[in-house]
Design a protein around this ligand. Structure first.
Ligand SMILES: Nc1nc2c(ncn2[C@@H]2O[C@H](COP(=O)(O)OP(=O)(O)OP(=O)(O)O)[C@@H](O)[C@H]2O)c(=O)[nH]1
Ligand SMILES: [Mg+2]
Length: 354
């Protein structure tokens, strides 16, 4: 999954990117329009729990790929704006960084900042929708049935856009419509998580600014998390012992990637399942409601193609009974077919034949 980090200029996008992906800030090229790419491991206590019961060689966490997309500051030139938008169109989800700290840039104005970026994104979608509507209208007059579907969806998205509102998020559309909207790279339909970049003094987000952002996020069907990107970036460069000490002195229990990844999962409707054996214990990401073959596909397309059935139990079963032999003896090893919806926290062995 790819998550784009967006926000106004100097809101702390690059700082957040570095803290999440463990990239030293000093290693990034200064300026330039190229987006920075990095991978964050998702901390997951269940991996440790599984590995403490099943002997294994390695533990592999699930990951989120973050893209730090060069800032869209008001008054940016058309070329820079287009470059920015073309990157934003490609990601699965957005993290919108909102400045809530003041180190010389002036008192934060989160509501205004959010509106200003949103307006930019709504305008970008509006332009795409208008020109696509025109094209689809011409083709559908000639009896092109696919163009008719495109025309219908463009009419639907233009309603909110013309009123200056975002397109309803992807998960509210049918699977077929989602595919179309993605192919157009509609930005405001992407799930967007808000990251309030708070100052060191307000690390817990107990401020009015954070309340304002949380409420805006909630009304958009999303969530906000408070992060002090500056401190987090410092944290990310420490070794584990120093990191724990610094976290404790900050009154935090874990680095920001923890709460942030959990919020991304909630906002995107994602779940985790696990595979566990002597070679590795590994976390995988699926959408909530995914069936067993779809989950198999997260591991390998061959396993999906040749899916026979899935043997599963839950992390809770493992905690209670300690090993698979005991789980089987207790009748808790389930044999599930292709219609089974894999649950968050399932440990799965896929049986397949290709
Ligand atoms: N005090 C404080 N300063 C921060 C924090 N996060 C970022 N900054 C500072 O804000 C400035 C801008 O941060 P960047 O991470 O470069 O912001 P950006 O959004 O990537 O900026 P552009 O790429 O130019 O749009 C830098 O001087 C950072 O050190 C924070 O949490 N607290
Ligand atoms: Mg930057």
């Amino acid at each position: 999954m790819e998550c784009g980090i967006v926000g106004l200029g100097s809101s702390g996008k690059t700082t957040l990117f570095c803290s999440l992906t463990g990239t030293p800030i000093s290693s990034l090229p200064v300026g330039g329009l190229k987006p920075h790419l990095g991978i964050a491991k998702i901390p997951d206590p269940r991996l440790g729990t599984i590995a403490s019961n099943i002997t294994t060689k390695q533990i592999v966490a699930a990951t989120i790929e973050f893209v730090d997309i060069a800032g869209l500051s008001s008054g940016a030139g058309a070329a820079k704006t287009n470059e920015f938008l073309s990157h934003v169109r490609q990601v699965d989800a957005l993290c919108h960084v909102v400045r809530c700290f003041d180190d010389g840039q002036g008192v934060p104005t989160p509501a205004k900042d959010i509106e200003s970026l949103q307006t930019e994104l709504i305008l970008a979608d509006l332009l795409v929708a208008e020109s696509s509507l025109e094209k689809a209208a011409k083709l559908s007059k000639r009896g092109d049935s696919e163009a008719k579907a495109r025309l219908a969806i463009m009419e639907k998205v233009l309603e909110p856009l013309n009123d200056g509102l975002p397109i309803p998020t992807l998960n509210t559309w049918s699977q077929a419509d989602q595919k179309l909207l993605k192919s157009y790279g509609m930005i405001t339909a992407k799930p967007m998580l808000f990251v309030a970049n708070v100052s060191e003094e307000n690390i817990k987000g107990e401020t009015n600014d954070f309340k304002v952002i949380s409420e805006l996020a909630k009304s958009a069907g999303s969530e906000a998390v408070a992060v002090c990107a500056g401190l987090e970036a410092e944290l990310a460069e420490l070794d584990e012992a120093d990191r724990d000490e610094m976290l404790e002195s900050m009154g935090l229990t874990e680095p920001a990637i923890g709460p942030l990844a959990r919020a991304v999962y909630r906002v995107l409707g994602l779940a985790s399942f696990y595979t566990a054996g002597d070679k590795e214990v590994r976390a995988w990401t699926i959408r909530c409601g995914a069936n067993a073959p779809e989950a198999a596909g997260a591991v390998h397309s061959d396993i999906q193609r040749g899916f026979i059935r899935a043997e599963c139990y839950s992390v809770d079963d493992l905690v209670e009974l300690k090993n698979e032999k005991a789980i089987k003896a207790a009748g808790k090893m389930r044999s599930e077919g292709k219609n089974y919806q894999v649950q968050d926290g399932d440990i799965v062995h896929f049986l397949f034949n290709v």
